[in-house]
Design a binder for this molecule. Structure first.
Ligand SMILES: [Zn+2]
Length: 426
């Protein structure tokens, strides 16, 4: 990448639409590595004409044989046909795609800090973990789904007072352009078998801590896969509370991104990320840092791993921007750990691995296998308690039908006592 394109790159990141995006821009290296592939597209315009961007980040490996991504149906990508030489990003057929969106609820600023932390990590050229991510995955980011709501100072809604995280099953280009566009991206990636993981970033005032909402799915294996990713995120940051993550029947809040993307794709790894604005209840006790040869090498010395947890993990902690950014980075590291491809994982010291001959085997042994085993037990308990909950709550839910009011059909007290879904839910 030339100096000119680096400048353009900096401008692009800084223009994303949040003040915090500048922190990501500052982290960009002065001399980008030649293997960084970065594209920004105008996906569509909001109701009031503001940009909805789609950013693609990956490595340049596989580029020579890659074809451009297919067009999206009009009126999406309004600049794609009008500008000479403008083509869609390359599709990288051998790389799974991780899609991350934020700010469908415009007041939820921590979501942007999470996205910035993810973005800053993905473009790092001095960290072998970031390079490994770009080599194996494509990341597609929609950093700002509701810029009009942000401009107007709304907390949960768009210009017309619509909560856009309820329209994912019926989004129209005319009324909900950004959601319609997001669904089209999901559809395209799903059709070519590329969608690997989806996270929609939110913030939360009703319950302390940072956690994921996921889908219970249709099988033990689906829930195991969904839970494993959440667990791996919590092993890579002090701040994601695995025990606070919640797992829902996919029928709950069908119009939300989490439920709708699962319904469309059947992908187990579809999440809402919720970050409390203020503080958590506890911090994670992180596994010991990997102390193998890579970490001690000059290559890794400039990029310290996440900090060790303080001894006392029961004290509350006030969140700041860095906490949210660290969660964004942990999302990326969990993707890498789940693929058994993290060159400096927390899952287990390399010295104790039984077979170092094959990269994949290294990670599945000990660390990942142990985590996977624990998650299988966890999934059994989740499914048992979900079945009990359904049996206990169905009569009350049915008796309340027709009460009206709010986004939720079910009374949140019936299913999730900690969540006031009308006010603070996903
Ligand atoms: Zn939200």
């Amino acid at each position: 990448m030339s100096t000119a394109s680096n400048v353009q790159h900096l401008e692009v990141v800084a223009e994303i639409g949040t003040a915090a995006a500048y922190s990501a821009a500052k982290l960009l290296p002065a001399t980008p590595a030649p293997n960084l592939y970065y594209r920004r597209e105008l996906l569509c315009r909001s109701l009031e004409g503001r940009r909805i961007d789609l950013i693609t980040i990956t490595g340049t490996n596989g580029l020579p044989e890659a074809e451009p991504e297919a067009p999206l149906p009009a009126p999406l990508l309004p600049e794609a046909s009008s500008r000479d030489g403008h083509a869609r990003p390359h599709a990288f057929p051998n790389k799974p795609v991780v899609l991350v969106s934020a700010r469908v609820h415009p007041g939820e600023t921590p979501a942007s800090h999470v996205l910035d932390g993810l973005l800053a990590f993905l473009v790092r050229t001095d960290d072998p973990r970031a390079a490994a991510l770009r080599e194996r995955f494509v990341f597609k980011l929609i950093p700002m789904l509701n810029p009009d709501g942000v401009f107007r100072g709304h907390y949960r809604t768009d210009t017309r007072g619509v909560n856009l995280n309820r329209v994912y099953l019926e989004a129209s280009a005319a009324e909900h352009p950004s959601i319609h566009a997001c669904c089209a991206v999901v559809q395209q990636l799903h059709e070519r078998g590329a969608l690997h993981l989806f996270v929609d970033c939110h913030a939360h005032a009703g319950k302390r801590g940072c956690f994921l909402y996921g889908n219970l799915g249709n099988s033990f294996d689906e829930l195991t896969r969904a839970g494993l990713f959440a667990k791996l995120v919590s092993l890579n940051t002090l701040w994601l509370d695995f025990a606070a993550c919640q797992w829902f029947d996919s029928q709950r809040m069908e119009g939300s991104a989490r439920a709708a993307v699962y319904k469309h794709t059947g992908l187990p790894t579809v999440y809402t990320l919720e970050c409390n604005y203020d503080s958590g209840i506890s911090m994670n006790e992180l596994p010991k840092k990997y102390t193998g040869e890579l970490l001690e090498s000059a290559e890794m010395s400039s990029c310290p791993m996440s900090p060790e947890a303080p001894r006392n993990t029961s004290v509350s902690h006030k969140y700041d921007e860095a906490c949210y950014q660290e969660i964004g980075k942990a999302l990326a590291l969990a993707v890498l750990d789940m693929a058994a491809a993290n060159p400096a994982s927390r899952l287990g010291p390399r010295d104790s691995w039984e077979d170092t001959s094959e990269e994949t085997v290294r990670y599945y042994y000990k660390g990942l296998a142990k985590t996977r085993g624990a998650i299988r037990q966890w999934a059994e308990m989740q499914l048992t308690s979900a079945a009990k909950r359904r049996a206990n709550t169905r009569p009350r839910s049915q008796s309340r039908k027709g009460n009206g009011g709010g986004d939720e059909e079910e009374d949140p007290e019936d299913l999730e006592p900690d969540i006031d879904a009308d006010d603070e839910g996903e």
